[in-house]
Write a protein that binds this ligand. Sequence first.
Ligand code: ADP
Length: 615
Amino acid sequence: MKQFKTESKRILDLMINSIYTNKEIFLRELISNASDAIDKLHFISLTDSEVNSDFKIKITIDKDARTLTIEDNGIGMNKEDLEKNLGTIAESGTLDFKEKNEEELIGQFGVGFYSAFMVSDKIEVLTKKYKEDKAYLWTSKGVEGYEIKEAVKDGVGSKITLTIKQNSDEENYDEYLQDYVITSLIKKHSDYIHYPIKMDVKKTKEVDGKEETFIEEETINSMVPLWRKNKNEVTTEAMESFYMDVFHDYEKPLKCYYSKIEGKVSYNAMLFVPQKAPFDYYSKDFKRGLKLYSSCVLIMDKCEELLPDYFGFVAGIVDSSDLSLNISREILQKDRQVKQISSSLEKKIITEFKKWLEEDRESYTKMFAEFGQTIKFGIYNSYGMKADELKDLLLFYSSKAKKEVTLKEYVSNMNAEQKEIYYATGDSIEQIDALPLAEKVKDKGFEILYLKDKVDEFVVKMIGKFEDKEFKSIADGDLGLDSEEEKKEIEDKQNDAKPMIEELKEALGGKVEIKLTNRLKSYPACVTAVGDVTLEMEKLYRSMPHANMPKVEAEKQLEINVEHPIYSKLESLYQEDKEKAKKLVKVLYYEGLLLEGLPVENVPEMINDITDILV
Ligand code: ADP
C-alpha cells in the first residue's frame, strides 16, 4: 500500500467527508478526463494508422455490485503515469485551504479525479497505455493509500470503476446507479463531448401483444460541440455552463462571444471573459491562450498565438478546418492562417469591448478593474504602437464624476479655456484625492484623472495626445490657470524672499530648491519634481529590484504655500530663530514627501526635528 502525498491526502479527506451539495460533478470530471485521454490518442491516430480510431466512452451500471464504470479507449496510463497522476493532485500546491471553504474549493478546482471519492468507497482504475504491453490496476479505498498491480486488459485506454457508497441519512447515493439519473447528468454536463458516450439502456417493445424488455447500446450525448452549432441554437446559458465545465470556473463568465467566420480562413470561435482573474494569473505559471481545434480534434490546449497578450485574460476555443492537423508550435508562430485568425479575433474583441463599454458600463467597469492593467500593458509594451487601437478601451477615475470615465468623456467635458488633459498620480484614489496640488485645480472646476496604477503615467505618455489634447500632470508646474496678476504677485514675493530662501534651503542639504506658490489651498507645502524624472518614476524605481540599475531619483523642489499661516510663521521665525526656521522647512519637506507616498530616509532625524519645533 502506498501513501498519497500529504496535500493530496487533505483533498481526499475533504472529498470523502464532503457535504458539498453538487456531488454530481464527479461524472463530468471523469468523462472530461476520458475525453482528454481520447483527444491525445486521436491526435496520434492522425499519423499512426494502427490506432483503432473507433473512439468512445462507455458508461456501465451494475446495481447488484453497486458499481458505476466509465471506460475510454484513449491514451491510457502506465505505472509511472498512475503514480504521478493519481498519487498526487497536480496543482495541489496552489490550493489555498485556509482562505477557502469546502464549497469554494471544490467548486473552483473541480478537483478532478478525486471528486469521485464524494460518491464512492472504492475506486479502481484498470488501464493500458498506447504502445505498451503491460496493463495495471490502481485501487484505492481512500485516505489509507493506493495500490498498483499488474493486470490484464484488452485494448488501450482506461476503465474507472466506482463502488458507490451506501445511502446515508443525508444522502441518496443510490441515484448514481439509476440509468435515468446518469443519462440526464450526461446530457446536462457532457452533451458537447465530441466522442460518443454510450450506455446500455433498457428498452421495451411489443412482441405479440406483450411488452418485452431488451437492452440496447445508445449514444447519450449529441456530440455536437457547442461551437459547431448554429448561432441561433446557442443560448447564453448554454455558453455559460459550457465555459464553467470546460474552463473549471465556478462563476459564470462576465461575457460570452460566439463567432462563426467564413472567409479566407474559416473558423468558429467562442470567447469568454471571466469574472475574476484565475488564481495564478499574475504568476509566472499562468499560461494564456485559447484551445485550438482542427475539425473538432484538439491540437493545442493553450495556443497563445491566437490572442495578443493584452487580451491574455480572455478564455476560449477556436476550431478551424483550414488548419493542418499536425501543426507544431514552431510552425504555429509563423502560420499565416493562425495570424489571420488572431488578428480577426483581436479586432472582434476590440469592437465588442467598445460596444460593451457603451451598453453596460457597470459590468465593463468590473472587467476593467480586474483586467484593465493587462490592456494598459498592451500600450506600454508596444511602445505606444497599439495606443490608437486600445486607448478607447481605457477607464480612469475622475475627480469630478467620482467614478471611472473614458478619455473621450473627459475631453468632451472639458471647458473651453482648458487646453490639456489634467492628471494626478499616486497609489490610490484616496491618496491622490488628498494631494495638496489637486485641491485648487478641483476648486476651480477642472476635472482630474487619477492615475493609480504604476503603468498609467507611461501609458498616457505613450498615447501622447488624445483628440489633439496633451496630457499634463497637475504636479508639472504651470497649468496656465493663474491670471497675469496672480503670476506677477507670486514672482514678486519670491524675489523679495530670495535672501531668506537661499539661507533656509541649506536645511535641505542644498539639493532641493524652495519655491513659493499660490497653487495650494489648505496644505502648507508640497514636494514636486523638476526635470524629466517624475516622482512617479522614482516610486516605480523604488518598487523594483534594482541591483544593477542606475539610480532613478527625481530632482525635487519644496513649494511653500504663501497663503498659509505657516508661511508668516516661517517669516517671523527666520527673524527670531534661524535654526528653528530651518527645522520648520525640513518638517514641511518631510510632509511633502509623505503626501506623495515617498519615504523619509532618516526617520529618527525627522522625529527629532518635529520634537524640536514643538518645544
Ligand atoms: P486534471 O484532469 O485536472 O489534470 P485529474 O485529477 O482529473 O486532474 O487527473 C489527473 C491526471 O490523470 C490527468 O491530467 C491525466 O493525465 C490522468 N488521467 C485521468 N483520467 C485519465 C484517463 N481516463 N485516461 C488517461 N489519463 C487519465
